[in-house]
Design a protein around this ligand. Structure first.
Ligand SMILES: Nc1nc2c(c(=O)[nH]1)N=C([C@H](O)[C@@H](O)CO)CN2
Length: 120
């Protein structure tokens, strides 16, 4: 199975468990690997036959503006569900980093994989 990639996408959102975090916007950094078969799009040179990484990136930014979760786990899980439903993504790997959350670390976060990854 082939992959469409989105790397180091910055997403502004209200996120965090502490009171001070409920009053401001923070920036998450997302990496996504999205399984698809790129051959139909490549054969016809047709964007309509693949996953449009620009449209998906816009949707992720809108998702960040729409929601105010406490946990990065919740953001990742709900975003994965939304993208799989809306874009028909069979399998994805999502890495979500919250830079600055732990000052001694470059970033902290979660990585999830959802769906069935095809074999061809
Ligand atoms: N596993 C998690 N641990 C923590 C989270 C989280 O979302 N998942 N969040 C926080 C705080 O919001 C932190 O980011 C503030 O700096 C702490 N631990």
């Amino acid at each position: 199975m082939d992959l469409v990639l989105i790397e180091a996408l910055k997403v502004d959102t209200v996120i965090g468990v502490y009171d001070w975090e409920r009053t401001l916007t923070q920036t998450l950094v997302l990496d996504l690997e999205l399984a698809t078969d790129i051959r139909p799009a490549a054969a016809d040179d047709d964007l309509g036959k693949t996953l449009n990484y620009a449209a998906i990136s816009e949707r992720i930014n809108a998702f960040g503006a729409e929601h105010r979760f406490e946990l990065v786990e919740t953001f990742a899980e709900r975003l994965a569900e939304t993208l799989r439903q809306e874009f028909g993504i069979a399998w994805l790997r999502l890495t979500l980093r919250k830079p600055g959350a732990v000052p001694a670390a470059r970033a902290v976060g979660v990585r999830i994989e959802r769906g069935e990854r095809g074999s061809s």
